[in-house]
Design a protein around this ligand. Structure first.
Ligand code: DGJ
Length: 684
């Protein structure tokens, strides 16, 4: 039995010695309440016992036709596992359950770490080869989650593409297997390794929801299976497509972690549970206030030089910006996306005296300095590629397909890792840099590794391990740096990258109405403190600056427009809203988030944040375009103490939290109008 504050999870051995899952849901009052595994005989020759029990971590072997978590290929050609329970013990807050194959020297350990205050259970698996012959892992998933079946179960997941990430889909879970995955080397814009499962009736603040994530930044797979006996099984792990791992004698392989949670209080509560966990346990600087930043990309693109950046920095500083980030275009011969990647030193023409004079100027203006990098990439037109053409992912006999004129360095290679660590370490040592935006702008093709030390298909995992190693080493050497993960926007957003990155650039789409929807999808998993949001010039003909500011103020506010072109009135407005954001950001970044009305479903949307002590809150409301004249329905506020008295900015008089929740806040907004209202507790 694993218990968190409100959740129970149980499994055990049935009389046949199989490890069987028996319960996941609300915590039960007595330990005897949790069901014990029972013996289940074969039902028919076509329906073996494995289809009737809910094996905790099914392996491929014996009569069994459901999705297994583990497939192994032994040296003698056997591709069948017979895992037997050995022992279980607790170490450092983690339950370890040891299984062993009946014949072959393979030890499988299931790890369970409950996170009591977050109602989450973290699971991962390790495999150890105790023999003297290699064995090949064909599939090794982190966990299978057994979600009790209801009548109308629904699967919620996030899909999208570049410039349109994090679209929420909610669909019936039907017999068969629904697969979500990435085959792109990164987490991907297209699906995110997250799921929520409900009984068809859960809402934002009501109903039972089971949910989970995989903490991995490379190829992954989620298989949502409804078996022939109507069991729901959600498996998460490394993608087994084009995958193999040669487990050498004496070696151990560890899977990424998967986290699962349950709440009786709707999708909003499921998100808040993940938000708190991410802020407290995942993001290294999860408790630190995020600075208001300026990013140069949409203003100056590759036209980066000292003069163009100083011009922007001066205006940015006068508006209250705290961190000035120079994006792409600053390094050796980087005049377009056709060349330069890999040569990470300042361009001699654009910065004849190096970057330090610009950094000094930025610091003199009272801001910290940040820089863009894309360390994993190389343009064929670069000194690095000319010196090491063999360092990229490729097949010798195939063309090297370029995307955005670039190829991918094989970070699985130790020499590539060492090179990057050395070069970037020097860059960080030689300059006063407080922030790095780590970008990655293409997906892989021709995934060859001619000199691979093991099976070349290990590339998918070794690359990501190499990425983590490079990033972790730089992080350890430069603890002052705040890091941002970007992959052409939201292509690499997951819980494991957030152990390195403090925040994420979630989309290249900065058009505010589209952004509202993307941000809302992102919030299903990630807290506002990790969501960087710039105000740019995109859509300025139609969407007022105040609206654009408010959209970005629901996350970590940044600016990205061409400030030198903004009018005096626009600058004044931006100054006011930045100052206002600074008074609110502790609520937005660290408070509980409530999606009051969904931007992906309605032209009238709203999101609210409330501090943990329920003394302060803020609500943001947006109206995009409503075709017909209409009055807006009241916003039913959430998260307030029902008995306490609260004032909402702009509304005379105080009302109880219960009244704000059940009577609501009535607003008048025209098309492309928005409002920000603070909420203050004024009495008990
Ligand atoms: C893609 C990123 O998402 C953008 O913000 C910008 O950094 C460009 N790359 C620069 O090439």
């Amino acid at each position: 039995m694993l218990e968190t504050a409100r959740v129970g999870y149980a499994f055990g051995l049935n009389p046949e010695g199989q490890l069987v899952h028996t319960y996941w849901g609300p915590r039960l009052p007595r330990s005897e309440d949790y069901p014990r595994p029972v013996s289940v005989p074969e039902w028919a020759s076509f329906s073996p016992a494995a289809h009737l029990i809910t094996e905790e971590y099914p392996a491929e072997g014996g009569p069994k036709y459901i999705e297994p978590c583990l497939k192994v290929h032994f040296a003698d050609g056997t591709r069948d596992l017979d895992l037997r329970y050995q022992a279980a013990h607790w170490t450092d807050g983690t339950l370890q359950v040891q299984l062993r194959d009946a014949v072959y020297p393979l030890q499988v350990t299931l790890h369970y770490r409950p996170h009591p205050s977050h109602d989450l259970i973290e699971r991962w698996t390790t495999l150890h080869n105790g023999g003297d012959e290699a064995m090949v892992l064909d599939r090794v998933w982190s966990a299978q989650w057994h979600v009790p079946a209801g009548e109308q179960d629904r699967l919620s997941h996030l899909t999208g593409r570049w410039n349109d990430e994090f679209r929420l889909h909610r669909e019936p879970l039907t017999p068969g297997v629904k697969v979500l995955e990435s085959r792109r080397l990164t987490t991907s814009h297209h699906h995110n390794p997250w799921f929520a499962l409900d009984r068809g009736q859960a809402g934002e603040e009501t109903g039972e929801v089971w949910f989970g994530v995989l903490a991995w930044s490379g190829n992954w797979k989620l298989a949502a299976e409804v078996t022939d006996f109507g069991q729901n099984r959600i498996s998460l792990g490394l993608n087994d497509w084009d995958f193999a791992w040669r487990l050498q004698p004496g070696a151990t392989f560890q899977t990424p972690a998967s986290l699962g949670g349950f709440t009786p209080a709707g999708f909003g509560a499921a998100s808040r549970c993940l938000h708190d966990f991410i802020r407290q346990d995942v993001v290294p600087r999860g408790q630190e206030v995020r600075q208001v930043l300026y990013n140069s990309w949409e203003a100056t693109a590759f036209e980066v030089n000292e003069a163009s950046q100083v011009e922007l920095a001066e205006v940015a500083a006068s508006l209250g910006v705290e961190l000035f980030v120079v994006d792409d275009g600053w390094f050796h011969r980087r005049d377009s996306d056709a060349r330069g990647l890999g040569d990470w030193w300042p361009d001699e023409q654009k910065f004849p005296d190096g970057l330090q004079p610009l950094i000094n100027r930025v610091k003199g203006l009272g801001m910290a300095f940040g820089l863009w990098l894309e360390p994993e990439m190389v343009n064929p037109d670069s000194d690095l590629y000319r010196a090491h053409p063999d360092w990229v992912i490729h097949y010798p006999a195939r063309a090297r397909s370029e995307a955005r004129n670039q190829l991918i360095l094989n970070l699985g290679r130790e020499d590539v890792q060492a090179y990057l660590i050395d070069l970037l370490d020097r860059l960080l040592r030689q300059h006063d840099i407080s922030f790095i935006k780590w970008d990655m702008n293409r997906n892989v093709s021709e995934p060859g590794w001619p000199t691979a030390p093991g099976d070349p298909r290990e590339l998918w995992v070794r690359y990501v391990q190499g990425l983590y190693h490079v990033w972790d080493t730089l992080k350890a050497r430069h603890p002052q740096v705040v890091w941002q993960s970007c992959s052409g926007g939201g292509g690499r957003a997951d819980l494991e990258i957030l152990r390195r990155a403090d925040q994420i650039w979630i989309s290249d789409n900065t058009h505010a109405p589209a952004r509202l929807e993307i941000q809302e999808g992102f919030s299903q998993v990630f807290p506002a403190s990790t969501m960087e949001a710039w105000v740019t010039d995109a859509g300025h003909e139609q969407v007022p600056l105040r609206f654009r500011m408010h959209v970005s103020m629901t996350g970590t506010l940044g600016l990205g427009g061409h400030l030198a072109h903004w009018t005096a009135d626009e600058l004044e407005l931006a100054r006011e809203e930045i100052a206002r954001y600074k008074t609110l950001r502790h609520i937005v970044q660290f408070g509980n988030q409530y999606r009051l009305r969904a931007a992906q479903q309605s032209a009238f949307s709203a999101v609210q944040y409330v501090t943990k002590d329920q003394t302060e809150g803020v609500v943001f409301a947006f109206r995009t375009h409503l075709a017909r004249p209409t009055t807006l329905p009241p916003l039913l506020l959430q998260g307030l103490d029902p008995d306490a008295l609260y004032e909402v900015e702009g509304v005379p008089g105080a009302r109880s939290g219960a009244a704000w929740q059940h009577v609501g806040l009535t607003l008048k907004l025209a098309d492309f109008e928005s409002t920000v209202r603070t909420i203050r507790r004024v009495g008990d």
